[in-house]
Design a protein around this ligand. Structure first.
Ligand SMILES: [Zn+2]
Length: 279
């Protein structure tokens, strides 16, 4: 009697011919070492990307600086100085500046050369007999957008510094908007010891850690060319040149001060500072 061959179970089609060695669990020490290598690799990779991004940003900034310097030289030669129109300026009310507070502790009441020399000082016209120097600042922070940053500066100057109003006369946004700060006929509070007769212009951002935008730089150029002509300015300085204990206006903005001065036909530095006569 023929016997049936024993039924075979079908061979699994995927059965490997060579079995992999059994996996051994990493022990705790090996796992930590592996984790360390992984984290080190990620950190090294991240570091490389960071270096690359910063090299590219620096190269773009160097090119922009060179291009604006060339344009500035041409502007200085081509611009007929008087009769320049004002660039568009966003008025105080449009960004939510509060009215001046004349009870502020550090700018209390109104100026009087004898009794209240630090008070709110509105210059008598003409202003081109008052101002000689424009001082460039940075905000040293940026909070979300221009308007939020402006309101925070306004708040800091009133509540923390005890001033009657925002310190600067003009502020420049990252997209190139020019904002009206303290009215231009009133003395600012932006440069300790040198506020009388200086215009304060502040670019929003922290230029110790970031480059200024091209839009902000171009807006600043437009503003300064106009201000220099309108107010008869002679000099341009960075805040740290007057007050060496500050980093303002930041290492990444500082090289542009030469460009601003060249475009506006101004000398660089603090030597033109003259306190206007008491009125
Ligand atoms: Zn400053």
């Amino acid at each position: 009697m023929p016997t049936h061959p024993p039924a075979r179970s079908p061979r699994p089609p995927h059965r490997p011919l060579i079995r992999p060695p059994a996996r051994r669990q990493m022990d705790r020490r090996e796992f930590l070492a592996w984790l360390g290598i992984g984290a080190g690799g990620i950190a090294a990779g991240g570091g490389l990307v960071w270096v690359l991004i910063h090299l590219l940003a620096r190269r773009a900034n160097d090119r922009l600086l060179a291009a604006l310097a060339t344009e500035a030289a041409a502007t200085a030669q081509a611009t007929p100085q008087p009769e320049l129109p004002s660039p568009p300026i966003v008025a105080r009310a449009a960004w939510g500046a509060l009215p001046p507070d004349h009870t502020a502790p550090n700018e209390n009441g109104f100026y009087d050369p004898e009794t209240n020399p630090e008070g709110w000082r509105a210059y008598l016209p003409p202003l081109d007999g008052v101002y000689t120097t424009v001082v460039i600042h940075h905000a040293a922070f940026y909070e979300g957008d221009d308007l939020a940053t402006l309101r925070e500066i306004d708040r800091l100057h009133r509540e923390d510094r005890g001033w009657a109003d925002i310190a600067y006369h003009y502020l420049i946004g990252k997209g190139g908007a020019i904002y009206e700060g303290r009215p231009i006929n009133v003395r600012g509070t932006h440069t300790a010891g040198y506020n009388t007769g200086t215009v304060g212009v502040c670019l929003l951002g922290n230029f110790m850690t970031e480059y200024p935008t091209e839009a902000a730089l171009r807006a600043t150029l437009d503003l300064l060319v106009w201000l220099a002509a309108d107010l008869g300015l002679t000099h341009l300085a960075g805040h740290r040149e007057f007050n060496p204990d500050t980093e303002c206006p930041g290492t990444f903005l500082f090289p542009y001060l030469d460009v601003f001065a060249a475009a506006a036909g101004l000398a660089r530095g603090t030597a033109g500072y003259i306190k206007p006569p008491e009125q």
